[in-house]
Design a binder for this molecule. Structure first.
Ligand code: FES
Length: 170
């Protein structure tokens, strides 16, 4: 092999491993956290209570539940009206807003993009809801997919209101 060929081969190997490294980092995040979770018997019982009394209208918090981020958003009147005004036939994954939010002021969703698992950003995107920057999925103010590669709406976990200030997830 000539020196020139060796150099080319080295360059190729470097580029290939570099690309693999970049993909590896993103893909490794959830499996790694998943391995740290307790086994399924403990998981089945796991629930968490969240104090929502300090969340202002229009703001949201993110809590970790079973190793996944959960968005709790206190919606403004405009955001609720926007979510309710959408016709089901305009939706990629048709779901009524009232079937997604038990109390229309509060939206509780798993904050994992249904495309390939990135965490979407709040108050972003073309539908004033969430935007996933990984491949450009836009979710509306009900967390429903409106544009981009994600196939389904952001998932709603099992949750209930313990009282007006507390939500129990799980
Ligand atoms: S992971 Fe969100 S758009 Fe691909």
């Amino acid at each position: 092999m000539s020196d020139q060929e060796k150099t080319k081969r080295r360059d190729f190997l470097f580029t290939a491993s570099y690309a693999l490294g970049a993909v590896g980092v993103g893909a490794a995040v959830w499996p790694l956290i998943d391995q740290m979770n307790p086994d399924s018997s403990v998981k089945a019982l796991a629930s968490t209570e969240v104090d929502i009394s300090t969340i202002e209208p229009g703001k949201s918090i993110t809590v970790l539940w079973r190793g996944k981020p959960v968005f709790i958003k206190r919606r403004t009147k405009d955001e609720i009206a926007e979510a309710k005004a959408v016709k089901l036939e305009d939706l990629i994954h048709p779901e009524k807003d009232e079937d997604r939010a038990k109390n229309s002021e509060w939206l509780v969703m798993i904050g994992v993009c249904t495309h390939l698992g990135c965490v979407p950003l709040g108050d972003k995107g073309e539908y004033n809801g969430w935007f996933c920057p990984c491949h450009g999925s836009h979710y509306d103010t009900s967390g429903r997919i409106r544009k981009g590669p994600a196939p389904t709406n952001l998932e709603i976990p099992k949750y209930e209101f313990v009282n007006s200030n507390t939500i129990k997830i799980g």
